[in-house]
Design a protein around this ligand. Structure first.
Ligand code: SIN
Ligand code: FE2
Length: 225
């Protein structure tokens, strides 16, 4: 098994459907409509993006979010763009400002370039949500459904420690498959996967040296409305 085959662990019929293709000579794995661009960002591009994200985190510090029911989430969260996705006792929603009252910083240029190339050449995303996974952090299965328009895909960029990404269908409780997302991998959730359940089972803390403190950053860009 080569490195790219090893990251693909899907039960049942998905395994038989020749999931590997390529775009511009780069490997693309499609699982349940999720398009996984392995190694889309090289190590230099990953490091440059981490620098841009440091500036984002200075302007909009990471917060420890709670769900509307009051449950603490294990990720730390901030955002860039015209709108940021937030959650607290008042609910899940998009807000034009960080909880501090400051506007969200701009989305890093490298992320916008990826979006133009893989998602839409002439419609920029409104929000780039930034999640930080420290030791033990995970993200339960959910759908990204707080946007007003589902015609656009969601773009996800992984940086730092590897994570097990779980993918389902549009119904809660259906069969799932998983892949290991590594630093530099980019996922496009569009078409049949736009409203599909997905989540992060966990990360391999310390499995990458990209972030000096360890952990994983995931960016998700969305068109909100
Ligand atoms: C999310 O769905 O919000 C995060 C996905 C990921 O961390 O890869
Ligand atoms: Fe999500």
């Amino acid at each position: 098994m080569d490195r790219l085959t090893k990251v693909f662990h899907a039960p049942g019929p998905v395994r038989a459907s020749r999931p590997w293709g390529e775009q511009q000579g780069r490997p693309v794995l499609t699982v349940k409509g999720f398009e996984i661009h392995k190694g889309r960002l090289d190590p230099a591009a990953q490091a440059a993006l981490v620098e841009e994200l440091r500036a984002v985190a200075v302007a909009a510090p990471f917060v420890a979010p709670v769900t509307p029911s009051g449950k603490a989430m294990s990720v730390r969260m901030t955002a860039a763009g015209r709108l940021g996705w937030v959650t607290d006792r008042k609910g899940y929603r998009y807000e034009p400002r960080h909880p501090s009252g400051a506007p969200w910083p701009p989305i890093p240029a490298a992320v916008l370039a990826l979006w133009r190339e893989l998602c839409a050449p002439d419609r920029a995303p409104d929000c780039c949500l930034v999640n930080y996974y420290g030791k033990g952090a995970r993200m339960g299965l959910h759908r990204d459904a707080d946007e007003g328009d589902f015609a656009w895909p969601v773009l996800s960029v992984s940086l730092g420690d590897p994570a097990r990404f779980r993918m389902g269908g549009t119904e809660r409780g259906g069969p799932t498959a998983s892949v290991l997302l590594e630093s530099g991998d980019v996922v496009v959730m569009g078409g049949p996967a736009r409203l599909a359940y997905h989540g992060i089972d966990g990360i391999r803390f310390g499995g990458s040296s990209l972030l000096p403190q360890g952990g994983r950053i995931n960016l998700t860009c969305r068109v909100v409305a």
